[in-house]
Design a protein around this ligand. Structure first.
Ligand code: SAM
Length: 481
């Protein structure tokens, strides 16, 4: 079953060809959401200008940076193990410096630097532009820290160095932070308040990617549908914007249309959509532009209205179902995926059954499912006791995962016998004679290579499938090629 995060790339060391004159070596690892992988590309870009090249060899590194995730306890534990490993290497190479970036930096700064003394540098998600100064401090033998969250930092002016990618698909960050205050979630505390990036700089990045041969971009944010540019500043301050700013503001539907129109051959995806903020205007824009992919990641978290309220999700089960109905009506071929949390505090068997019945209603194409993990400082941790025993949480999760597997298999089978456009991304993991790519609906398809190459848009006739992969043969280039 797929996970919210691609486990195969968790902790992957990101490196790319370097600049000759640069003689310091940076080893950078990322954990967690797509946003972290995207942020590491911004960090690498800043450090390349500071005389660093990336390396995939930990033992060679002058500076080790780990971009961290706090979303669940398990994520933090994985990163702690990596910190132990870096410290073991540091014993052999005392010159090596270790820094923590991202969400754990925000949460655990004092612990890391003062109590445990296992890192030299702690940098929060809004402070990466301060890295050159912070590294100077570290070079001079002092620990360095900057975890200040910003009102307006979006890194819009930094052209990310694309790390470890396939040269075909890339992330483009459009919003930072989150204002939703879901009671289970640590993101508003670790990434700060929500702000949007200047659409002009988004457009410039997309055009630059197209010029470099990229064929697909994913617009990224915790809650992309809430995108709102009115000249800069926090989303929550929009109400005090001038009349002129309000009249000329750009929302997510406007942004999508702008990007789709500017690059009609580029595939466009976006993630994540929060049901409370996704409007029909976005669905109509998706229907209007062929190059916007037929895929919406629409986390639901629970199928019970009572639990949704406890989670502060701002919508009911019925409102979510109505949104699904609109998607099916406006975009009949659209794939939909979910995030679900099993065992949120006070969840009864009946609430759990509501989640399963909602899943039956939607029959999601994919799912990313988790047991509830209490996060210190969140509203749920402060107000509701984590009262569901782990064995019950796990049993509920197993039922949810099993049902999702059935639905994924059902959705995958519907492709068989038809022909779909696939963008070739890489060699199939199973065979070096096959290509692997994705349909507009985000389903993976594999097929014999013939004379096609990575980055080609190919029409693939689907002859067979496994529960999550389509198996086919190319029948020619698509008109998009
Ligand atoms: N911003 C998105 C949203 O609002 O749905 C996704 C944020 S989060 C990075 C990805 C997923 O992790 C969430 O949708 C949720 O299912 C899961 N998650 C977040 N906090 C969690 C927690 N405390 N325990 C278990 N899962 C959690």
């Amino acid at each position: 079953m797929e996970k919210i995060i691609d486990e195969t790339i968790q902790g992957e060391t990101l490196a790319k060809e370097g600049i000759k004159e640069n003689n310091r070596k940076l080893f950078i690892e990322s954990y967690g959401c797509q946003m972290n992988f995207s942020d590491s590309e911004i960090v690498a870009s800043i450090l390349v200008s500071e005389g660093f090249n990336t390396t995939q060899n930990l033992e060679d590194a002058d500076l080790v940076l780990v971009n961290t995730c706090s979303i669940r306890d398990k994520a933090e534990q994985t990163i702690r193990k990596r910190l132990e490993k870096y410290n073991a290497v540091k014993k052999i190479n005392p010159k090596m410096k270790v820094g923590v970036l991202g969400c754990m930096a925000e949460r655990l700064k004092e612990k890391f630097l003062e109590e445990e003394k296992i890192v030299d540098l702690v940098v929060g998600p809004d402070a990466y532009k301060d890295l050159p100064n912070l590294i100077k401090e570290v070079d001079e033998g002092r620990d360095a820290v900057n975890v200040i969250l910003s009102k307006d930092e979006t890194y819009g002016d930094i052209s990310p160095v694309r790390l470890g990618g396939n040269g075909v698909t890339a992330y483009v960050s459009i919003t930072r932070g989150c204002d939703n205050m879901c009671t289970f979630c640590v993101v508003p505390f670790t990434r700060g308040r929500e702000r949007s990036r200047n659409p002009q700089s988004i457009l410039e990045e997309v055009i630059d990617l197209a010029n470099k041969g990229y064929k697909e971009i994913t617009l990224l944010g915790q809650n992309v549908d809430s995108f709102l540019w009115y000249g800069g500043g926090l989303k929550k301050d929009f109400k005090s914007a001038t009349e002129m700013q309000k009249a000329t503001a750009t929302n997510f539907a406007n942004l999508l249309a702008m990007v789709a129109e500017a690059q009609p051959k580029m595939r466009i995806r976006f993630s994540t959509s929060n049901p409370q903020d996704m409007g029909e205007d976005v669905l109509h824009i998706m229907a209007k532009y062929k190059n916007i992919c037929d895929y919406i990641h629409l986390p639901v978290q629970s199928g019970s209205t009572r639990i949704l309220k406890e989670m502060n999700r701002q919508h009911t089960r019925e409102e979510y179902m109505a949104l699904i109905d609109s998607i099916r009506k406006i975009l009949p071929d659209c794939a939909i995926s979910q995030d679900i949390i099993a065992g949120f505090p006070t969840e009864t068997e009946e609430d759990h059954q509501d989640t399963l019945s909602l899943m039956d209603y939607v029959k999601y194409d994919f799912g990313f499912m988790f047991v509830y993990s209490e996060r210190p400082g969140t509203l749920a941790a402060r107000k509701i006791e984590d009262d569901i025993p782990l064995d019950i949480k796990k049993r509920r999760l197993t039922e949810i995962v099993k049902l999702q597997q059935e639905h994924s298999a059902y959705r995958t089978k519907l492709f068989v016998g038809n022909t779909f456009e696939v963008l070739i991304e890489k060699e199939s993991k199973r065979s070096n004679e096959q290509w692997s790519g994705r349909t507009s609906q985000n389903t993976v398809a594999v097929f014999p290579k013939e004379n096609y190459k990575v980055g080609d848009f190919v029409n693939v006739k689907i002859n067979d499938c496994t529960s999550a992969t389509l198996i086919g043969e190319a029948v020619g280039y698509s008109e998009n090629n």
